[in-house]
Write a protein that binds this ligand. Sequence first.
Ligand SMILES: [Zn+2]
Length: 345
Amino acid sequence: MKIFHSEVHRAHYPPFEIFDGGKRVPYLENPDRMDRITAALKKTDWADFVEPSDFGLEPIHAVHDREYIAFLASCWTEWLASDPEVAASPETHAFLPATFALRRKPPVPATLLGRAGFYMMDLSACIVEATYNAALASANCALSAAQRISDSSTNAFALCRPPGHHAGKDYAGGYCFINNAAVAANWLSAKGKVAVLDIDYHAGNGTQDIFYERDDALTISIHGDPNYEYPHYIGFADEAGAGAGLGYHKNFPLSMGTADLAYLSILNEALDMIRGFTPDYLVLSTGMDTFDGDPLGKFKITRAGFGEIGKRINSMKLPTVIVMEGGYANAELGENVVSLLENFK
Ligand SMILES: [Zn+2]
């Protein structure tokens, strides 16, 4: 199986993030995650690592606001230019705002920090010098994998970092800047019907937002109930799409402690919906933070559970782009990915 991966991600390594309560902690979405996954894949005899191609900005602008992408491209250098203290020791800083846009439709502010609060939904999408290029390379991994499955009707793995499913049309959040799965799904939608299944532990709010009014893509997310879990304000069961897109989005919010058996029964419901939609392609937003022991998750999926999840999804026999999203139990991450992925080889 082709594994699209770029080392450009490595320098995107913010020195900290801000947790609930204002706690400053090491950045959990770190390069070690990729090292664990590549090490586990290299032990197999079927992983074929390939550099992604450069698709340019057009397929990214097709799902993201142009001004938002321009903000990502320039905010770091603008920040250094505006603050001598940061410019003196950039490696100890991460670009974050302290004020966020209100829930009305304000104009985009002219100031740098005003734009930051407008284009970010939380304090976990920390920006450093290398972030923008890492996000572009990550999107190119997803696009290259999409091209691979459309050219050869096979499956491909986009080993993306940073992840993407929390990034909306015009905002970053939850370690995500460009929505890799949405960019790939939108690119594929020019060639056929696409379903996006998000099995990350957290609701795929960005993907939901981007496709919410579209009927040419079915989006489904299985995740921790936002009544107790991030992203808190979206991902509820009654959100089913709007306008032409009504009926083309589905959320399965699940309770704390959900383990293999209960999860697999919900997964079957999701797969039945996908079969009913008769897509030509599947984009699988794959988070491993449903794992029992993940520091950011409250589910109890086992390694064998990941194997069964992969088996059932691949039983649909759809050309599938598997897009890497979250997963923070680094010591177990590589083997967990292999357990799911080997069903698609
Ligand atoms: Zn997650």
